[in-house]
Design a protein around this ligand. Sequence first.
Ligand code: ADP
Length: 282
Amino acid sequence: MNIIEAKNLIFSYKSNTHEKVVLDNLNINIEKGSFTAIIGHNGSGKSTFAKHMNAILLPSGGSICVCKIDSKDEERLYELRKSAGMVFQNPDNQIVATIVEEDVAFGLENLCIEHEEMHKRVEEALKAVNMYKYRKRAPHLLSGGQKQRVAIAGVLAMQPECIILDEPTAMLDPKGRREVMDTILSLNKEKNITIVMITHYMDEAAKADRVIVLDKGKVILDDTPQNVFEKEEELLSLGLSVPHSTELAHRLRKSGIKIDRAILTPEDCAKEILKHKGNSYD
Ligand code: ADP
């Protein structure tokens, strides 16, 4: 079943003098339970696409449906946003309350949910992002990664089918990035929440099931991370890179070391190198 269905999706910004096409006839379906990463250089249309999945922007042409709800259906806007929660880059802009658990409850307050149910959802959401022990803390005193996990908990408490994350780790240090990535992976694998994540870190994209590469508002590549990152030259020509381990494996291959499979992680790379112990590389 598809959670997101973009059909001939077009979006353009119009001024008096010209029209700038930002999404150029996108056809993208995202399956329930999947983890999709969207990459592309600056200005390729990633954020614009993400904003369509949450009806922050509406198509200039074509359509996008989220859980079968057309984003143009004003009467079901709230339902759509409840199904597909959005997490943005800057955690500071997403925090509204002075205590962590109140912040997570904020979105629920508009839903007229009973106090007991609200309490249960907040507790579950904070446990799912591993922030339960910080529930009484002031959010502004948390680290970037912790704040971002609180923002994710706020979305989770709404019990969405899908979470869309627009560069959620861009403002975090390496520890915060790892914490947020681990949280995203566990929500996908253990709670079967569909994840769509925009990132400019190729190592993060490598952890998804599927990588979509956008360029000038069009889909250029759409495949497994293994197949996408095999195309190093094409990615370089688009102003992108590949995960560090993939790059190392490509270089080893060029220098004559036989590495048959696609390499995405340091562990895979280390295993391949060990296999060649005893040859000239040693
Ligand atoms: P990305 O997320 O891939 O960096 P965006 O979706 O943010 O790309 O932007 C795509 C294009 O749309 C860029 O060329 C950007 O300059 C343009 N754009 C974004 N917002 C506006 C706006 N409010 N008015 C006009 N052009 C915009």
